[in-house]
Design a protein around this ligand. Structure first.
Ligand SMILES: [Zn+2]
Ligand SMILES: [Zn+2]
Length: 366
């Protein structure tokens, strides 16, 4: 009996192997089969990329980049998309974030604007790609870019650097497809007060306010708060532990806070010191004084009475599950409900508040 069963499995195994080899040989040699498979795959990808189910009645967040510039890894640098009704803003555009936005399927053609928290390179370097990605998808005007004093220099610089590209693309594809009037970035200067907040945008029930955060010597450095249909999301920007941020984030549903984990930074600087890479070691050591530790972020979330605390802008980006655990060290001691680790592609949905019903916060990874 046993021998018969073994023989049957032997035949089955041989049959499957022959089928796999035959399929592989057919795929390697048949151009028609290759073309058919590619066509089906591309069709599915294009169709999936065109689905626009973002926003609607909800206030919604998508992470198009969650890393600081420290270290390497698969995460894109800082980028948070916020949807409210038909409005769609992107806060910061770090390296690789435009590619990530495309991968996640963000509807770039209806991008309402980009808000910059400050002008460190890891927050602005993908602006040119955000411009192109939204222009080729039919953005109906120039790309509005908001930021503190200095925004004109950044926007003028990008427009100058990309000016030739704008011209090439109009010449090649035609004005009907790429209207020259929609080419380029348009600066909107924001002057946030030292304390308190200023409303910088109010339309169709969406209110965006800006507030100052401490990220010395970088001034200005801002955080942003989005309020829509009774729900609210606050983005810290890059900051030291800040009571001004706690005040601006009062009673928010979601606080997205930057974090630096000092033990992990020390592991890197120790290794750099041992290898005598002194300049880089100093650079990383310098970052310790203008960011917030996870425990401090938890204290700010408590002081602000926020519902859900989400960590992002990881310094350094956790390379594995152990490093991710280290980010949570001590957090539950000060905030029993803990915090959520963001990741590229994560989506947070906040349906509108209805009467006394408990407010829902849905979190899903892409
Ligand atoms: Zn940064
Ligand atoms: Zn910064």
């Amino acid at each position: 009996m046993l021998r018969k069963t073994l023989r049957l499995f032997g035949w089955l195994g041989t049959g499957i192997l022959i089928l796999v080899v035959t399929a592989f040989v057919a795929l390697s040699n048949s151009e028609a089969l290759q073309d058919r498979l590619v066509a089906v795959g591309v069709q599915n990808n294009v169709a999936a990329g065109l689905v626009d189910d973002w926003g609607g009645d909800n206030l919604e967040v998508a992470f198009c980049g969650t890393a600081s510039p420290m270290g390497n890894g698969p995460r894109a640098q800082q980028c948070v998309a916020v949807f409210a009704g038909d409005k769609f803003f992107i806060v910061d555009a770090g390296a690789r974030s435009a590619a990530r936005a495309n991968e996640i399927g963000l509807p770039m053609g209806r991008l309402s604007g980009v808000l910059l928290t400050h002008f460190h390179s890891d927050h602005i370097s993908a602006l040119g790609e955000m411009h192109l990605a939204s222009w080729v998808r039919g953005r109906p005007s120039k790309l509005d870019v908001y930021g503190g004093p200095g925004i004109n220099q950044v926007v003028d610089g990008f427009n100058m650097a990309y000016g030739l590209d704008y011209g090439y693309r109009v010449a090649h594809h035609g004005m009907a497809v790429l209207p020259p009037a929609h080419a380029g970035l348009r600066a909107h200067a924001i002057d946030a007060p030292e304390t308190g907040s200023v409303t910088i945008y109010e339309e169709d029930g969406l209110k965006i306010s800006a507030f100052t955060v401490p990220h010395p010597p970088i001034t200005p450095a801002y955080g942003y708060r989005f309020d829509y249909r009774g729900r609210s999301v606050v983005i810290s920007g890059d900051t030291k532990k800040s009571n001004r941020l706690a005040a601006a984030a009062q009673n928010a549903d979601v606080l997205i806070h930057e974090v630096l984990q000092p033990q992990l930074v020390k592991a890197i600087t120790d290794a750099l010191d041992a290898a005598e890479v002194d300049a880089l070691s100093k650079l990383l050591t310098d970052t310790l004084d203008y960011h917030t530790t996870p425990v401090e972020a938890a204290e700010i979330a408590n002081a602000a009475n926020v519902d859900t605390l989400v960590f992002n802008h990881f310094a350094p980006p956790p390379a594995n599950a152990i490093a991710a655990r280290i980010f949570m060290r001590g957090v539950k001691d000060v905030r029993p409900q803990g915090a959520v680790m963001s990741d590229d592609g994560m989506r947070i949905t906040l349906p509108p508040k209805t009467g006394d019903a408990p407010s829902i916060i849905e979190i899903s990874s892409n």
